[in-house]
Ligand binder design. Structure first.
Ligand code: HEC
Length: 102
């Protein structure tokens, strides 16, 4: 199962990497999110919240920013709050952009 996810994320990274330079960055960054959100973003992370797949880039970016400043989140928001602290606005934008195309 893990292997399939790895292969899928590599394929996605290649496909997006060639088509758009911005997304290549987001694709690389999103690799650390795959475990909880799924390679295609359709997984409900840890059984809570919404899947990231199907959401618009600006919505996703606002949510990431919201986790960072504590204004967004559900019962397990601490997981995301700790994670997003590692990323700059630019990196969050690149990931939001990538996730919106999954
Ligand atoms: C350890 C598991 C885990 C990892 C790794 C993880 N997430 Fe999450 N993510 C969650 C959980 C749990 C939630 C729901 C939290 C809540 O609000 O209760 C969530 C929620 C989100 C949401 C909000 C979805 C919505 O519509 O409410 C976004 C966007 C998101 N994560 C992006 C990311 C990105 C980008 C990464 C990689 C940098 C990432 N996540 C890595 C567990 C994880």
């Amino acid at each position: 199962m893990k292997r399939i996810l790895v292969v899928m994320s590599i394929c996605a990274a290649l496909a997006f990497g060639i088509s758009a330079a911005m997304a290549a960055d987001g694709a690389a960054l999103y690799k650390s999110c795959v475990g909880c959100h799924g390679a295609d973003g359709s997984k409900q992370a840890m059984g809570v919240g919404h899947a990231v797949k199907g959401q618009k880039a600006d919505e996703l970016f606002k949510k990431l920013k919201g986790y960072a400043d504590g204004s967004y989140g559900g019962e397990k928001k601490a997981v995301m709050t700790n994670l997003v602290k590692r990323y700059s606005d630019e990196e969050m934008k690149a990931m939001a952009d990538y996730m919106s195309k999954l």
